[in-house]
Structure formats: C-alpha cells, structure tokens
Design a protein around this ligand. Structure first.
Ligand SMILES: *Cc1c(COP(=O)(O)O)cnc(C)c1O
Length: 365
C-alpha cells in the first residue's frame, strides 16, 4: 500500500534542485553570510510581490509579528484583538510585547475572525487588531480596516498562511500598518529553515524594524534601541528568492488540488471549506470538518494517509495562558472547530490519483 504523507517536499524541491544548489554556491563563495546582497535582493522582490513599499527580512514569523507590534509601540497595558481560533504564535506575539490578547470568535463558515463581533470587544485600552488569514483565506479586510480607522487602532495582519492571497483584489499583507509573514519550510513560501519578514508602506516603521532586528543598531556600534538579533541570513534569503519565482505557479496548483477535493468530496457528509465573497483562498491547508473527526483520522491513518489537526487546543485553553482565566465554553466556536477540524494532505506534486484514493477511503464519511 502506497502511503500518502500529510506533507512531502520532494516534488517541489526536485523541480528547483539546480537553482537552489546554484543559490547555495553563490552564497558559499561570496564569503558573506549575514546582512548582505541576497537579503536586500529578497526584500526588494518580496515587497514588490506583496505590493508594499517595504519588506524587511527577519528570523521567523513569530519574530516578525513581535517586531511589528514593537515598532508600532504596542506594549504593556494595551489590548490587542485576535481571533479565538488562531495558531498560538499570533497570541505569543501579543504577550511577548507585554500586551493582553482579547479574543474574538471566527465565523463558523470561513474560520476567519468575525468582524461583526470586534466592535463590542473594543475598550479604551485597545491598541491593535491582528487579523489572521487562516489556512490561506483572506479575512474581510475592508470591514476590519473601517473599524480600525473609526477607533484609531493599528492593524497587524498575520499573513503567515496566506502569501499571495487577496481581498477584493488587494493582497493580504498590504492592508495593515505593518504585517508579519512566515517562511517556515511548510508555509506556501518556505525557506530551508526558519525565516520571516514584515511588510509595510511606512518608511519610518520599516527603518525601525531594520534597527530592532539588528541589536537596535543600523550604524555599527551605535545603538538606538534595546534590540535583539532577529536577522534573516543570506542563505535563506537566497533560497527564498528562488522559490518566490514559483510561488504563483504553486499557488495555482494548490487551488486546483482544493478544487479536486471539493469535487471528489461533495457527496460525503464532511463540511468542506467555504470561501467568502470577495476573498481569495491560497489553500495553505485543506481543512474539512466532521463530528467523527477522531474516527476519521484513525481510519485515514490505518490506510496510510497522513493528516494533522490545525489546531487541537484553542489558545484560551492552553496551559501557558491559564493566568488569563478562561475556561471551556468561553469561546464555543473556536472550541467546536478544535473538536471537528482535520487537514488533508495538500502539497505541490500531490497527484490526482492520490486525491481519488483519499476520496475512496473517505467514502464511509
Ligand atoms: C507559522 C505561523 C506563525 C509563526 O511563524 P514561524 O515562522 O513558525 O515563527 C504565526 N502565525 C501563524 C498563523 C502561523 O501559521
């Protein structure tokens, strides 16, 4: 029985093997490994790709979000609105700068933050909204931006799962004042290790983040801020520049795979992904829902099909956030999603035959 893993880099990485090796050789022989030409080239290309004036490469997606909040002056005593069903890193960024996360439930249909529920959570302490384009689907950004404007809040998009996605034709990662993106290997645009970036149109903020990622210094041995080392190295930047050229092609393939799943699974009882009006979906993950989730996962596993749960425990119920005082039942939609979600294999090179096989195994559901 041929196994189908949840994620397999092989077809993607075979396709670009020689270009990636060339990129490695160039860095190897440049004898310059941190903060050089490869970084600057990638930053310029990614800014252009994302249609923002600036992009600043950093160590990973979590650091990108932390730097975004830091640069905007979000910190102790401030409240930041986040979805109740996000990956933990969104919330970790908020607490890393000393602010308090305020959870807002997602829509049950799209799994993205419900803008209609944001206003009631805004207080005098609210400083920022962090929409997360979960699984690759763009949030309802015009509603969110209107609220931010009305209440004088900053917006930091968590664009870690949605490279190249858009709302009403405008790219995710170009709405917020500063936005964070991850290039973790498994993301739609992934390095061969940890990497991330911020995107922004604000020159001052871009400059500040360039400083903060590098010990708080731009001029060697002159320190403006108490910074840390959160740089993106030359090798990863060079690899990312190669992969960026293929991103749109790979996104199209992801969307085709999702369409095939939609067609193949339409007669099952599974709840399939729904895309909101005006939103694009780049299918970082293909997530379906069923009350028999654990049974379904075991059944797929017994048949050699890899799956993952994104995510089994919502942030408000994590041990790390016990001190926030939430309990089960506080965010019923996030909890229901955590109980019923399962992600099916979706990767560049996953063939039609694999999808047909997964369909036949899923028939009883
Ligand atoms: C991956 C991810 C992050 C964090 O990115 P890293 O590069 O792994 O630090 C943040 N938010 C979301 C929604 C993610 O999926």
């Amino acid at each position: 029985m041929k196994k189908i893993p949840f994620l397999n880099f092989q077809p993607m990485h075979e396709q670009i093997r020689s270009e990636m090796q060339q990129a490695f050789n160039e860095v190897y022989e440049s004898y310059w490994y941190v903060m050089g030409e490869k970084l600057h080239t990638f930053e310029a290309s990614y800014a252009k790709y994302n249609q923002t004036r600036y992009s600043v490469g950093v160590s990973n997606g979590l650091d990108a979000l932390i730097l975004a909040l830091e640069a905007l002056g979000v910190g102790k005593g401030d409240e930041v609105i986040v979805p109740s069903n996000t990956y933990i890193a969104t919330v970790l960024a908020v607490t890393a700068v000393g602010a308090t996360p305020v959870f807002v439930e997602p829509r049950l249909e799209t799994y993205n933050i419900n803008p209609e529920l944001i206003e009631e959570k805004i207080t005098k302490k609210t400083k920022a909204i962090m929409p997360v384009h979960l699984y690759g689907q763009a949030c309802e950004m015009d509603h969110i931006m209107k609220l931010a404007e009305a209440y004088n809040l900053v917006v930091v998009e968590d664009n870690a799962q949605a490279h190249g996605s858009s709302y009403k034709g405008k790219l995710t990662g170009s709405f917020g004042h500063v936005n964070g993106v991850s290039f973790y290997p498994g993301k739609n645009l992934g390095a061969l290790g940890d990497a991330g970036a911020i995107t922004t149109d604000d020159e001052e903020v871009a400059e500040k983040i360039k400083t903060l990622r590098n010990y708080g210094s731009q001029k060697k041995y002159h320190n403006e801020y108490i910074g840390l080392n959160r740089r993106l190295d030359e090798l990863q930047a060079a690899f990312l520049s190669v992969k960026l050229q293929y991103l749109d092609q790979w996104t199209q393939e992801r969307q085709q795979i999702a369409e095939m799943y939609n067609k193949q699974l339409k007669d099952t009882n599974l709840i399939l992904p729904q895309v909101a009006n005006n939103a694009d979906h780049v299918y970082h993950l293909y997530v379906v829902r069923t009350q028999k989730r654990d049974e379904l996962q075991a059944h797929l596993n017994n048949n050699g099909i890899g799956t993952l749960i994104h995510y089994p425990i919502p942030p408000h119920l994590q041990n790390a956030y016990k001190h926030l005082g939430y309990k089960e039942g506080d965010f019923p939609i996030a909890e229901e999603l955590a109980r019923t979600m399962i992600s099916l294999p979706l990767w560049v090179g996953l063939g039609k035959d694999s999808i047909k096989k997964i369909q036949s195994i899923l028939e009883p559901f």
